[in-house]
Design a protein around this ligand. Structure first.
Ligand SMILES: C[S@@+](CC[C@H](N)C(=O)[O-])C[C@H]1O[C@@H](n2cnc3c(N)ncnc32)[C@H](O)[C@@H]1O
Length: 264
């Protein structure tokens, strides 16, 4: 069997399963199983697929047909300049969350920043990678997520303290960044199968209007604390109303995504 044969079969199976990006997914899964760069495989589709790789590809394609996200199948996801290990204990980092990192990149040299709801550690670790001068810490209500963030911290060999805590841990100083859950209860079942079947519900859903976790965080922050909060575009006005001196940043698609302001 060649890579071309494997790609053709995988493309058919993933298309029939309703995957949004079947060619990209097939290329990522197969190139990784062959231990080659995706571009190299696409440039040389006649490369041989050994039996062991063929079995691995078959197993991976079956998982993807069941709509498991590629990031969980491969066990990793790129975020800004770093690669994070991810599994079903944590949300797969999303491109829109880069905006939260960009807000913190504006901080002065040596500033302190705390990432609440860190999940895989994406925001805190990307920030430390790009701004090693900052004093960064992180926390998550989920002990399982903290295990993943600590594993990523060890692998990237950066100085990040990560603790289990709901809301903002006591005695944290500096700016607070948070990509907390903000999906409404009634939105959950309509989300894609990749999300509903595989991602942790508690990482995404937060009450009737999606803002329970954000409200709790703001209420627990000392007056004067500066926060940057990721939210859905339709929640921007409600989040601005929770903070003083608030302004909302837009993502590359022009959607209101991160509100920055001060706890009153
Ligand atoms: C949307 S995920 C974001 C994960 C990560 N920050 C990212 O952007 O990839 C939200 C995270 O917040 C955590 N979480 C949910 N409610 C929380 C709360 N009240 N306090 C702290 N963390 C919470 C979840 O366990 C989950 O890891």
């Amino acid at each position: 069997m060649t890579a071309r044969d494997a790609l053709g079969a995988a493309l058919d199976a993933l298309t029939a399963a309703g995957c949004d990006t079947p060619r990209l997914d097939a290329e990522l899964l197969i190139a990784d199983a062959l231990g080659v760069d995706r571009g190299a495989m696409v440039a040389d589709p006649g490369m041989a697929v050994p039996g062991s790789a063929a079995r691995l590809i078959g197993e991976r394609v079956r998982r993807r047909v069941a709509r498991e996200p590629v990031a969980y199948i491969l066990g990793r996801k790129g975020f800004r300049r770093i690669e994070l290990q991810v599994d079903r204990r944590v949300l797969i980092p999303r491109p829109e969350t880069e905006l939260l990192v960009e807000v913190a990149l504006e901080l002065p040299i040596g500033a302190s920043v705390h990432d609440v709801g860190t999940g895989s550690g994406a925001v805190a670790l990307a920030l430390l990678d790009e701004r090693p001068d900052l004093v960064v810490s992180a926390s998550d209500a989920s002990a399982a997520a903290v295990e993943v963030a600590l594993a990523n911290t060890a692998r990237l060999a950066v100085p990040l303290e990560v603790v289990v805590a709901r809301g903002l841990p006591e005695s944290k100083e500096g700016m607070v960044l948070a990509n907390l859950p903000y999906v409404r209860e009634d939105e959950w079942s309509a989300l894609g199968p990749e999300i509903v079947r595989f991602e942790p519900r508690e990482a995404l859903v937060s009450g009737a209007d999606g803002l329970d976790a954000i409200r709790e965080l703001v209420a627990g922050a000392a007056p004067g604390t500066r926060l940057a909060l990721e939210h859905a575009p339709g929640q921007a006005e409600a989040v601005r109303a929770l903070l003083a001196d608030s302004e909302t940043r837009r993502d590359l698609a022009g959607r209101e995504r991160v509100t920055v302001g001060v706890a009153a």
